[in-house]
Design a binder for this molecule. Structure first.
Ligand code: COA
Length: 381
């Protein structure tokens, strides 16, 4: 087999069909079940988007009410899940906590081994409802704070922020958080979704598929980039109160130096989009609102400085993680919690793919080109 026949990283390979989302790099567009993600971010609740991804259509009023009531009723973690989280060190990566928690939630689910379409949907909704409490519980225990129990008078985003910080968030903050959840929800055959589909293709259960997907998402070339962006900002130096133009200059200088050293700067570039990530303008607008809300022009200076210097040197555009990182920072989340926030959203897309894969399954098992030693034998005794 020649090198040209090998599609390293499966780049450009179409491995299956999907009706869940369409990424069009030519037009920089992303459709969830046909709807532009920008329209959904402007007008739909995250609960509606979750339903859309699972069912293929937006919910009726009754269907939405049913989903909302299910989600609110399934928010609280069981003592077993809390105990499992408590067993993990507070200095382990929060993605390890997320991965473990999904496994424990799965093992305790009464329909764990039932992969009928109806059970699968119920498990998907249940896991989606549970995960915010995992993130909030973990962040609070790391901060030495008591957990905050969910409130069923709040919507998904309001309650997420409530459990995380123990106070009701400002509507502008809730809205920016909702936008991030909508934008992170689904993105076709990215590495973690493909992982979930590979696991499902063996006829393993939904929680195994999501656990594996979380492992794939942890890497900085994928979901881990949103926290890596904040590490970059920290390396440059975050100075609350610094005028934006000064921060901008420091960021430009830093980027020029980083590129001269041939460093990869997280939050820039994309395997599919080469002319800009379709989700960035919407997330950047949400970041702008947060910068104004919190009065943090210094962060916008850093943001613009890195973006401008990267554009000037390499014409590489930011991806969704670039505006998402500082948005979550402003909201008060610890940097290491950013990728678990991504999980909370992407559980919807992953589980929609698990169900789609299962409905028309073929074991995913590619071939490899062997380049090791020719056949040889142990020495004669
Ligand atoms: N910083 C600096 N240079 C970058 C870059 C970045 N973030 N992203 C790509 N490049 C450069 C590469 O160094 C390479 O340059 P070269 O041809 O001079 O060697 C060129 O652009 C092509 O990059 P490549 O890594 O081959 O593209 P890819 O399609 O395989 O990679 C990513 C896509 C996402 C893995 C890559 O852009 C990246 O590592 N980005 C940072 C991580 C990140 O933000 N991930 C989140 C994705 S949503």
């Amino acid at each position: 087999m020649s090198d040209s026949e090998i599609k390293k990283g499966l780049a450009g390979v179409v491995v299956d069909q999907t009706a869940i989302s369409k990424v069009n790099p030519e037009t920089n567009s992303l459709l969830y079940r046909g709807y532009p993600v920008q329209e959904l971010a402007a007008r739909a609740s995250f609960e509606e988007v979750a339903w859309l991804l699972w069912h293929g259509e937006l919910p009726s009023a009754d269907e939405l009410a049913e989903l909302v009531s299910f989600e609110r009723a399934n928010r609280a973690l069981t003592p077993q899940v809390k105990a499992a989280i408590d067993l993990l060190p507070t200095d382990c990566h929060p993605m390890d906590v997320g991965r473990t928690a999904v496994s424990v939630i799965g093992a305790g689910h009464p329909r764990a081994e039932d992969s009928s379409p109806e059970a699968e949907l119920e498990k998907a909704k249940h896991l989606w409802a549970q995960f915010p409490a995992v993130v909030a519980y973990d962040q609070r225990r790391r901060r030495g704070l008591d957990p905050v129990e969910p409130r069923d008078d709040l919507d998904y985003s309001e309650n997420f922020l409530w459990m995380s910080f123990g106070e009701q968030a400002h509507p502008a903050v809730v809205d920016a958080f909702r936008v991030s959840m909508v934008l992170y929800a689904e993105h076709s055959f990215n590495a973690s979704t493909f992982t979930a589909r590979v696991i499902t293709s063996t006829l393993a259960d939904l929680h195994s598929a999501v656990t594996g997907a979380i492992g794939a998402l942890k890497g900085p070339l994928h979901g881990g980039a949103n926290e890596a962006v904040m590490h970059t900002f920290a390396e440059i130096g975050i100075r609350d109160g610094e005028p934006a133009d000064q921060a901008l200059e420091r960021a430009r200088t830093w980027m020029e130096q980083a590129l001269a050293e041939k460093r990869k700067v997280m939050g820039f570039g994309h395997r599919v989009y080469k002319n800009g990530d379709s989700r960035v303008p919407t997330m950047k607008a949400a970041l702008d609102r947060m910068v104004e809300h919190y009065g943090r022009d210094d962060l916008m200076g850093l943001y613009d400085g890195l973006e401008q210097a990267m554009e000037h040197a390499k014409q590489i555009k930011p991806n969704l993680d670039y505006p998402a990182g500082p948005t979550y920072h402003l909201m008060g989340f610890d940097t290491a919690m950013f990728t678990p926030l991504f999980i909370a959203s992407r559980i919807t897309g992953w589980t929609a793919h698990v169900m789609e894969q299962r409905a028309a399954n073929a074991l995913i098992r590619p071939l490899s080109d062997y380049v090791g030693p020719d056949e040889r034998h142990l020495p004669q005794l």
